[in-house]
Write a protein that binds this ligand. Structure first.
Ligand code: HEC
Ligand code: HEC
Ligand code: HEC
Length: 183
């Protein structure tokens, strides 16, 4: 699916495969997904199909799984490390600090919440390679995000779609348009 995103006088064409991705991971059969070995007995007899395992999971507006809700509501409980031992490897440290990013022109401001990120990620997944840990220390723009930099290193890839604008642009201000729906 191709979508045109227009802002600041510039027109960007972003190739958005998110809807198709949702299809794939919710309806794909393990033996046919190109990741699991179809000749492996566990794949045939033991492992549950993703579509079946995730049937009750909370969804977002685009019909993709809302992983933040899925974790908050107890559907999943990810391990803190590969071995399952909390103290194995780098310590996961949860941090509740919201950053409000205001260079958003007519769009509501962006709230970047550390908390839901640090439930899945280490500080070093972002600092200092993707973001220097300094308020307004990073020249982030939407164009760069859509090109896969900054937030776009993960969003639209392993985290929720960039087409759910409202999940990032969640803080209305005087000049902002009413709740934006990017569908
Ligand atoms: C993953 C989070 C995220 C999503 C989703 C997102 N944005 Fe942004 N957006 C940002 C960030 C971060 C900035 C830069 C804010 C700053 O630097 O103060 C930004 C900036 C902008 C700006 C300001 C101008 C510019 O070029 O930077 C516009 C307009 C904008 N976004 C539109 C959109 C639209 C439309 C959508 C949905 C199609 C969208 N955004 C989805 C994070 C996001
Ligand atoms: C998903 C990416 C991500 C992760 C993970 C992350 N941060 Fe950040 N951090 C950011 C962003 C984005 C900013 C805002 C930078 C800006 O304003 O340009 C920021 C800002 C900061 C700041 C500056 C805040 C201020 O008010 O001056 C500190 C300090 C910081 N982070 C520490 C941490 C620590 C400690 C961890 C781990 C517990 C962590 N961060 C995990 C993305 C992340
Ligand atoms: C290193 C990877 C990474 C980067 C970089 C990153 N995110 Fe995320 N983000 C995630 C993951 C993983 C989640 C949780 C899974 C999901 O929601 O898909 C998440 C969740 C969120 C949520 C929580 C939504 C909710 O419902 O509570 C917001 C908001 C968000 N990200 C905004 C941003 C913004 C804005 C930026 C850039 C300033 C950014 N993220 C950069 C990986 C990242």
């Amino acid at each position: 699916m191709r979508k045109k995103v227009m802002f600041g006088g510039a027109v960007l064409t972003a190739v958005i495969a998110s809807a198709a991705v949702a299809e794939t991971y919710q309806s794909a059969k393990l033996a046919e997904d190109g990741i699991h070995d179809p000749t492996n007995e566990s794949v045939q007899n033991i492992m549950q199909e993703p579509g079946e395992a995730m049937v009750d999971f909370p969804m977002d507006r685009l019909g993709m799984i809302n992983w933040v809700k899925a974790m908050d509501e107890g559907f999943i409980n990810p391990r803190k490390s590969l071995s399952g031992d909390e103290f194995d490897g780098e310590m996961m440290l949860e941090m509740d600090l919201d950053i409000i990013m205001k260079q958003t022109s007519f769009m509501p401001y962006v709230r970047f919440p550390h908390l839901p990120h640090t439930k899945w990620l280490n500080c070093s997944n972002c600092h200092p390679k993707i973001f220097v840990p300094q308020l307004e220390g990073n020249p982030v723009t939407m164009e760069k995000v859509l090109r896969g930099e900054y937030c776009g290193v993960c969003h639209d890839k392993v985290a929720f779609s960039l087409m759910t604008c409202e999940r990032c642009h969640s803080v209305p201000h005087e000049q902002s348009a009413p709740a934006f729906v990017g569908k």
